[in-house]
Design a protein around this ligand. Structure first.
Ligand code: FUL
Length: 483
């Protein structure tokens, strides 16, 4: 009985005292700005499809002048289910359609113009591409987004205030009939020569004021509060500054949009990298075409990007903390061309072969510092759950995580993720591999963000070390994956 008094009671007392005096570990405070919920969803979509299809598909042009007859638009076998099926199977989560390109031709029977499918020979004017695409997206589980060119080379009132009323009416009409949309894509190409109701002249606008974007966005937000607006300046998503599929090696999701507007000259570098101290969360979206042109041209059938090229684009977009907006333009039949479909399927295969068997799941992991050993422990890094994360103490802005494997592995890709719900933090990192008992640097980089994929060459090792060298605040890293 004595042992109860000597051992058990003191032990229980000690444990209770310990529990009462232990400082509760709180989560790190967010570092502003942080993403909104629709932006977070957008980050996790990763791959979105762009579809350029219109008059240009039939005239073999990239920019229609605005004087082409509506009859030119006449797909022989349009099947939007084929588009959505292929895109969904190969991993795309959304589809953004050029409902109206710069030539002003509308792919839906708009009541605000007679320059639309309603006035074409196609299906005797009863066809509706936007309606078909919206139904196919629903059927195949893709979210739907729209591109409606602000620049309109057909409209007689373009460059006057009357056109802005027309433009806004069209956005409202599209939303009423085919919404809800997840994204509206506002192109930066603006002003120049065109048909303009027969005047055939050059019209310039002041891109910083003409469209009154805040007014348009306010109007759309009333009906669709979660809509993401893409333009050079956001406010939802920004352009990445090039059409080559390259997000910045350094890619901050933040930017200060004060003086930015769509089409402003000299801002491409800033758009590409964003800024560490940017005032708003406006991540870069990487738009690029599977072919040299945005629209289908038969002479480009042999220039469709290969699966390997698409995989590289995935690395320079998704792998740099952005999303890929890949354009796949239907042909004159109204189908995704066999060559494009084959490339997309090959790309899917490469993604599955190269980025699905995560070797880090079996690794033992330890970190140089940790906020605590439970909620923010090192093990969160390899549990396959993006929503758990390893965090360091408030004042620790540099720390490392070591992964130890039972056997030697080949590491070709390291994938890192920050818990961006609390803001983007990491400024620089390096990766080391232990080879013959010596640590050797195999890669280095700057930002991480939602996802960073670092390709490695010839790395065989039984241990890896990720060193976070500098950060805006304490670390909140959610995943380390190794392929
Ligand atoms: C550009 C346009 O001028 C191209 O035709 C294409 O639509 C591309 C996505 O954006 O600004």
């Amino acid at each position: 009985m004595k042992w109860i008094f000597r051992v058990l009671i003191p032990l229980v007392f000690f444990l209770m005292l310990n529990a009462c005096t232990r400082k509760p570990v709180t989560a790190p405070l967010p570092v502003q700005p942080v993403p909104t919920l629709p932006q977070l969803e957008w980050h996790s979509m990763e791959m979105n499809a762009f579809v350029h299809f219109s008059i240009n598909t039939f005239t073999n042009k990239e920019w229609g002048y605005g004087d082409e007859s509506p009859d030119v638009f006449n797909p022989s076998a349009l099947n939007t289910d084929q588009w959505a099926n292929v895109l969904q199977k190969t991993g795309f989560k959304t589809l953004i359609l050029t409902c109206k390109h710069h030539d002003g031709f509308c792919l839906w029977p708009s009541e605000h113009t007679n320059y639309s499918v309603k006035f074409s020979k196609w299906k005797n004017g009863t066809g509706d591409v936007v309606g078909d695409v919206s139904a196919s997206c629903r059927k195949f589980g893709l979210r739907f987004g729209i591109y409606v060119s602000p620049w309109d080379r057909h409209h007689s009132e373009y460059a006057t205030p009357i056109y802005i009323i027309y433009y806004r009416n069209q956005l409202k009409e599209l939303d009423a009939f085919y919404g809800p949309f997840f994204e509206m894509w506002f192109d930066g190409a603006n002003g120049g020569d065109g048909y303009y109701g027969g005047k055939r002249e050059t019209r310039t606008i002041d891109g910083s004021t003409y469209y009154d974007w805040p007014g348009t966005i306010r109007q759309m937000r009333i009906v669709e509060p979660n809509l993401l607006f893409f333009s050079d300046a956001g406010p939802g998503l920004r352009w990445t500054g090039n059409e080559k599929g390259m997000a910045g090696e350094t890619n901050w999701n933040m930017i200060t949009p004060d003086t930015l507007y769509a089409g402003k000259a000299g801002i491409t570098d800033l758009l590409n990298t964003g800024s560490e101290n940017g005032s708003q969360w406006i991540p870069a979206e990487v738009d690029v075409s599977i072919r040299p042109g945005w629209f289908y041209h038969p002479e480009e059938d042999d220039k469709v990007k290969s699966p390997e090229e698409l995989f590289n684009l995935y690395l320079t977009s998704v792998g740099r903390g952005s999303t890929l907006l890949l354009n796949v333009p239907p042909d004159r039949r109204g189908l995704l061309h066999e060559k494009d479909v084959a490339s997309l399927e090959g790309f899917r295969k490469l993604l599955d072969e190269r980025l699905t068997k995560n070797k880090a799941r079996k690794a033992r992991v330890k970190t140089s510092e940790s906020r605590d050993d439970h909620q923010f422990a090192a093990s969160n890094l390899v549990d396959g759950d993006r929503f758990t994360y390893w965090a360091t103490s408030d004042d620790v802005k540099a720390a490392s995580a070591e992964l130890e494997f039972d056997d030697e592995i080949e590491a070709r890709y390291i994938l890192l993720q920050e818990y961006i719900e609390l803001g983007q933090r990491i400024k620089s990192f390096s990766i080391e591999a232990r080879v013959n008992d010596e640590w050797k640097k195999v890669a280095e980089g700057t930002t991480i963000g939602f996802k960073r994929i670092i390709p490695l060459t010839n790395v065989r090792t039984n241990a890896l070390r990720i060193n976070i060298l500098d950060s805006r605040a304490c670390l909140t890293l959610s995943s380390i994956e190794v392929y």
